[in-house]
Design a protein around this ligand. Structure first.
Ligand code: SAH
Length: 216
C-alpha cells in the first residue's frame, strides 16, 4: 500500500474511531495521526492495521485496538516532558504514541523475542527516547524511577505495589484490573501518602504474568 493511502487510513482512524468516542486531547490525536501503526504489525496484517480492533503480534499477544491505546494515553494526562513507564511493550506501538508527547519512555516486556522485535521496530521508525527492557514488569523498573506516569497494557489480578512505589506524588497509573478474561480499566492517582482510584470502563487484555501478577 502507498504511503498516501496509509496516511489517509490513519486520519480516518482518528476521525471515525477516536473523536466520536470522546478522545479530545489534541496531543494524543496528533500522535495517532503521525505514528505509522502499520509498521508495528506483521506484514500480513498491514491492510488491517488501522481497523477498529486488536491484532495478533505473535507469541499469543496482541496490539490493542486504537481506541483503547488512545483512551489509556489520554488518562496519563501528558503535557510534554514526562518520564513514563510502560509494562507490556508488545509491538512498541503504545510506547511510540507516548514517546511523541513525553520526553522519555521505558517499556518492559517479559518475552525476549517480542522485546527484541519491539526494539528494532522503534529504532527503524526513529524513536530515540524509548528504552526497551526485558524482564518482569510486575516489579516495575526501579533503575529509572520515579515516573510521572505508568501504564500497564496487560490485565492484572491486582495493583502491583512496586508500581505505586515507583510513581511520583501526583503521578498517574493506568492499569486494567480484574480476572484473566475481563478487567476494569483503572486510574490511580498517587497523593501524598494516599491514592485516589477511579474506574473507567470494562476492557479485555492478555494477562500480566509475573511475580506480582498471574502465575500463568
Ligand atoms: N502495548 C503493546 C501491547 C501489549 S500486549 C503494544 O502497543 O503493542 C501485552 C504485553 O504484555 C505482551 O507482549 C506480554 O508478553 C506482556 N507482558 C505480560 N506480562 C508481563 C510482565 N510481567 N512484564 C512485562 N511484560 C509483560
Amino acid at each position: 500500500m502507498q504511503e498516501e493511502s496509509l496516511s489517509l487510513l490513519r486520519n480516518c482512524m482518528v476521525e471515525e474511531q477516536l473523536i466520536p468516542r470522546g478522545i479530545s486531547d489534541e496531543r494524543v490525536l496528533a500522535s495517532f495521526r503521525k505514528v505509522p501503526r502499520h509498521l508495528f504489525v506483521s506484514p500480513e496484517h498491514i491492510d488491517s492495521a488501522y481497523n477498529d480492533h486488536p491484532l495478533p503480534i505473535g507469541n499469543g499477544q496482541t496490539i490493542s485496538q486504537p481506541y483503547m491505546v488512545a483512551l489509556m494515553t489520554e488518562r496519563l494526562e501528558l503535557k510534554g516532558g514526562e518520564k513514563i513507564l510502560e509494562i507490556g511493550a508488545g509491538s512498541g506501538y503504545q510506547a511510540a504514541i507516548i514517546a511523541e508527547i513525553a520526553s522519555s519512555v521505558y517499556t518492559v516486556e517479559r518475552i525476549e523475542l517480542l522485546a527484541k522485535k519491539c526494539e528494532s521496530t522503534l529504532k527503524q521508525v526513529g524513536y530515540k527516547n524509548v528504552d526497551v527492557v526485558t524482564g518482569d514488569g510486575t516489579l516495575g523498573y526501579k533503575t529509572a524511577s520515579p515516573y510521572d506516569g505508568i501504564i500497564v497494557t496487560c490485565g492484572a489480578p491486582g495493583v502491583p505495589s512496586s508500581l505505586i512505589e515507583q510513581l511520583k506524588v501526583g503521578g498517574r497509573l493506568v492499569i486494567p484490573v480484574g480476572s484473566q478474561f475481563s478487567q476494569v480499566l483503572t486510574v490511580i492517582r498517587k497523593k501524598d501518602g494516599t491514592v485516589e482510584t477511579s474506574q473507567i470502563c470494562g476492557c479485555v487484555f492478555v494477562p500480566l504474568i509475573g511475580k506480582d501478577g498471574w502465575k500463568r
